[in-house]
Design a binder for this molecule. Structure first.
Ligand code: COA
Ligand code: AMP
Length: 641
C-alpha cells in the first residue's frame, strides 16, 4: 500500500532524523565528511550537518564533469521571446561558471560577500548563481518584475558588494530595459554598491556610463577560471526575499549543506527524476521554485534542466508548453495552476495538444497557490498523466506536502497536496495550540526541527524569525496557512491567515500596497485585500478614503494610484482595482477589518464582528464592490440581523 509506505517513511524521518538524513547526505560529495547530523544547541534555531563542509557548485556541476558526464546537456535554454535555443553541456557550464566566478573574484568578491542578481530568464542568471556558490559568496536574486524601490530595499538589507544584471528582459508586451531600473534602485539605496556588472543583450544594449558599471562579457574574456571554495554546511548559500505582512521584505537564509541534501533527495523521492532525465520547472529564477527546481535541484541530481524564457500563452500560443515537452522529451513538468488556467482559458479543449507527442511526460506538478480541483481535473484529462498538487513556501525551499511519486505514488484527492513529506511533521492546531480533530480547520504548523534545506533564519534578523514564525506556538513553525487534515493525513490548504495575497502564484504583501497608496497626496487611509480571480487566483483590490476637500476627479486619482503601485512595487503586482469609499470598517480600537471585507468581496456570508465601530461601513464597502462589478462573480452577502 503506497499510503503505508509513505507513512512508514514519515515515521522513520521523525523518529530517527539523524539516521534518515545521514543516509540522504551520501548523495552529496563533502570536503569534510558528515559526522554529526543535527546541531540543536541553539534550539529553536537548528543547524544541519555541523562540522561538515562542501561546495554546492562543485556538487551541481564539477563532479558530474569529473565523473565523465561533461557532454550531457545540463541546461536546455528555450526562449520563444527571442527565438533562441541553446543546449549547454555540463562541461560548458563548468567552464562558463568558473570563468564568471574568476571575473567576480577579480572585482574582490569572496566567501561571505553578498551579490544581488537582477536578471531575466537567461542561462547567465543560472551561471551567476552558481558562480556565487563557487566562491562561497551569498547570492540574492531579485525577480525582474519588481520595481526599483523593491530592488533598493533588498540591496539595503543584503548590502552586496556587486550587482549582476542584464541590459533587458523580454516580456510579451515588449523589451523591458533593466539598466534604468537598476540605476534608479542604486540611486534610491543607502548602501553603496561597488560594481554593477551588466550582461548586454542584443535586443537592447545598455549604456554603461555610471561609476562602477562593468561589461559582463568583457570581464569574462579577461578572467581565469576560479576554483570551488570550501564552505561550512551551515554557511549561507543564498538570501531570497519574500513578502511578509509588513511592507519590509523578509530575507530567507538558506544554508549550503542541508539545502544540497534535501534537494538531491527530493528530485528522486518526490519528482521521480534520475540522472540524465529532463526536468522542466516553468517558473522564474526570481522565485524559490526557480532557485530549487530550475537551478540547484536538477543539477545536483545530474538531470537536464529546461530554462524557459516565455509564457504559457501568447509566446506564441497556448500550445507552446506541449511542444516544448515533445521536443525536449521532458519527463517531469512543474508549473503554477494559474499557468494551466491561462491555457485552459484560451484553449479549453486543448486543441493545440492534438498531434503533439507528449509521451515522454510522466507527471505534472503544480504549486505556488492553491490548486482548484477544476484545474487539476482538466489537466489530468488533457495530459493523461498524474497531476500532483504540492504545497510549500519560500521559507521551506522544497515541498512540505506532496504526492512523492518516486517513493510511492499515492491516490490523488483533488484539492489536497497529499501527505506531509517525510522530514516534515505537519500539525493543524487550534487557537490554544492543541491539535484539532481530522476534518477541522486550524493553523497549519510544522513541528520543530524543520528538515534540512529549510530556512536557517532571516538575514540579520534572528528576532524577526523567532517572533514571526516560532513565537506563536512554542516548538512549532507557523506556516501562515490555514487548513485541515482528513483521516488519512491528506492536508487541505485553504488560504493564508495573514495579509499576504497570492497573485498568479506570486506572493505579495497587502501591507506594502497600503504603504504605497498612503504616499499619494489625496489618500487619508487605505486598505488592500485580495479578491478572487478566475485566472490569477487572487487580485489586489485597494479601498481608499480620501482626505477632506481634495480633488474630486476620482477617475484621475484612481489612475494615479494604479500607476503609483506599478512604479513602486512593480508590474507583477497586477494592481488595477481601486475603489474610493467614504469610510473603512474598523473595530472600536481602530483596527481595519480586512478579513471581514475580504469575506464580503468573496461572496461569503459576513456577520459583522461585535467589536465593529460602525456597522454601516460594511454596507459602504458592499456598495463599492457592487459598483465595480465584483458582485456578479462574488455576490456579497451581508448578514446584519
Ligand atoms: N520582468 C519584467 N516584467 C515582468 C516580469 C519580469 N520578469 N514578469 C512579469 N512581468 C510583468 C508582465 O509583463 C506584466 O506586465 P503588464 O502589466 O505590462 O502586462 C505583469 O508583470 C504581470 O505579469 P504576470 O504575472 O506574468 O501576468 P500576465 O498577465 O502577463 O500573465 C500568466 C498571466 C498566468 C500567464 C502568468 O502570470 C504566468 O505564467 N504565471 C505563472 C506563475 C509562476 O510561474 N509562478 C511562479 C511560482 S511556481
Ligand atoms: P511562496 O513563498 O511565494 O512560494 O508562497 C507560499 C504560499 O503560497 C504558501 O504559504 C501558500 O499560501 C501558497 N501555496 C503554495 N503552494 C500551494 C498549494 N499547493 N496549495 C495551497 N497553497 C499554496
Amino acid at each position: 500500500m503506497p499510503l503505508n509506505k509513505v507513512k512508514q517513511m514519515q515515521q522513520q524521518a521523525w523518529q530517527n532524523p539523524q539516521g534518515f538524513w545521514a543516509d540522504a547526505a551520501t548523495q552529496i560529495e563533502w570536503m569534510q565528511p558528515v559526522e554529526q547530523v543535527l546541531d540543536d544547541r541553539d534550539a529553536p534555531l537548528y543547524r544541519w550537518f555541523p562540522g561538515a563542509s562542501l561546495n554546492t557548485c562543485y556538487n551541481a556541476v564539477d563532479r558530474h564533469v569529473q565523473a565523465g558526464h561533461g557532454q550531457q546537456v545540463a541546461i536546455q535554454y528555450v526562449s520563444p521571446v527571442t527565438g533562441t535555443e541553446e543546449a549547454i553541456s555540463y562541461e560548458q557550464l563548468q567552464q562558463r561558471v568558473a570563468t564568471l566566478a574568476g571575473a567576480m573574484a577579480n572585482l574582490g568578491v569572496g566567501k561571505g560577500d553578498r551579490v544581488v542578481i537582477y536578471m531575466p530568464m537567461i542561462p547567465e542568471t543560472a551561471y551567476a548563481m552558481l558562480a556565487c556558490a563557487r566562491l562561497g559568496a551569498v547570492h540574492s536574486v531579485v525577480f525582474g518584475g519588481f520595481a526599483p524601490p523593491e530592488l533598493a530595499s533588498r540591496i539595503d538589507d543584503a548590502k552586496p558588494k556587486l550587482v549582476l544584471s542584464a541590459s533587458c528582459g523580454i516580456e510579451p508586451s515588449g523589451v523591458i530595459p533593466y539598466k534604468p531600473l537598476l540605476d534608479k534602485a542604486l540611486d534610491l539605496c543607502e548602501h553603496r554598491v561597488e560594481y554593477a556588472v551588466v550582461f548586454q543583450r542584443p535586443q537592447c544594449p545598455a549604456d554603461l556610463e555610471r561609476q562602477g558599471d562593468r561589461d559582463w562579457q568583457q570581464l569574462v574574456e579577461q578572467a581565469e577560471p576560479a576554483p570551488c571554495v570550501e564552505v561550512a554546511a551551515s554557511d549561507p548559500l543564498y538570501i531570497l526575499y519574500t513578502s511578509g505582512t509588513t511592507g519590509r521584505p523578509k530575507g530567507v537564509v538558506r544554508d549550503n549543506g542541508g539545502h544540497a541534501v534535501a534537494l538531491a533527495w527530493s528530485m528522486k523521492q518526490i519528482y521521480n527524476i534520475d540522472a540524465g532525465d529532463v526536468f522542466w520547472a516553468a517558473s522564474d529564477v526570481g522565485w524559490v521554485v526557480g532557485h530549487s527546481y530550475i537551478v540547484y535541484g536538477p543539477l545536483l541530481a545530474r538531470a537536464t534542466t529546461l530554462l524557459y524564457e516565455g509564457k504559457p500563452v501568447g509566446t506564441p500560443d497556448a500550445g507552446a508548453f506541449w511542444r516544448v515537452i515533445e521536443q525536449y522529451r521532458v519527463k517531469t513538468f512543474f508549473t503554477a495552476p494559474t499557468a494551466i488556467r491561462a491555457i485552459k482559458r484560451v484553449d479549453a479543449t486543448a486543441s493545440l495538444l492534438q498531434g503533439v507527442d507528449i509521451g515522454s511526460l510522466q507527471a505534472l506538478f503544480l504549486a505556488g497557490e492553491r490548486c482548484d480541483p477544476d484545474t487539476l481535473t482538466w489537466a489530468s484529462e488533457m495530459l493523461r498523466v498524474p497531476v500532483v498538487d504540492h504545497w510549500w513556501q519560500t521559507e521551506t525551499g522544497w515541498p512540505i506536502c506532496a504526492n512523492p511519486l518516486g517513493m510511492a505514488p499515492l491516490p490523488i484527492k483533488p484539492g489536497s497536496p497529499a501527505l506531509a513529506v517525510p522530514g516534515y511533521q505537519v500539525e493543524v492546531l487550534d487557537e490554544q495550540g492543541q491539535p484539532v480533530a481530522a476534518g477541522q480547520s486550524g493553523a497549519v504548523t510544522i513541528k520543530l526541527p524543520l528538515p534540512p534545506g529549510t530556512l536557517m533564519t532571516l538575514w540579520n534578523n534572528d528576532d524577526r524569525y523567532r517572533d514571526g514564525y516560532l513565537g506563536r506556538y512554542p516548538g512549532y513553525y507557523l506556516t501562515g496557512d490555514a487548513g485541515y487534515m482528513d483521516e488519512e493525513g491528506y492536508l487541505y490548504v485553504m488560504g493564508r491567515v495573514d495579509d499576504i495575497i497570492n497573485v498568479a502564484g506570486h506572493r505579495l504583501s497587502t501591507g506594502r500596497f497600503e504603504e504605497v497608496l498612503a504616499q499619494h497626496r489625496a489618500v487619508a487611509e487605505a486598505a488592500v485585500i485580495g479578491v478572487k480571480d478566475t485566472l490569477k487566483g487572487q487580485l489586489p483590490l485597494g479601498l481608499v478614503v480620501l482626505k477632506q476637500g481634495m480633488d474630486t476627479d476620482l477617475e484621475r486619482i484612481k489612475t494615479e494610484l494604479v500607476a503609483l503601485v506599478r512604479a513602486e512595487v512593480g508590474a507583477v503586482a497586477a494592481f488595477k482595482l481601486v475603489a474610493v469609499v467614504e469610510k473603512l470598517p474598523k473595530t472600536r480600537s481602530g483596527k481595519i477589518l480586512r478579513g471581514t471585507m475580504r469575506k464580503l468581496a468573496n461572496g461569503e456570508t459576513v456577520v459583522p464582528p461585535a467589536t465593529i465601530e460602525d456597522p454601516d461601513s460594511l454596507n459602504v464597502i458592499g456598495q463599492a464592490l457592487a459598483q465595480m462589478g465584483l458582485t456578479t462573480a462574488h455576490q456579497p452577502v451581508l448578514d446584519l440581523s
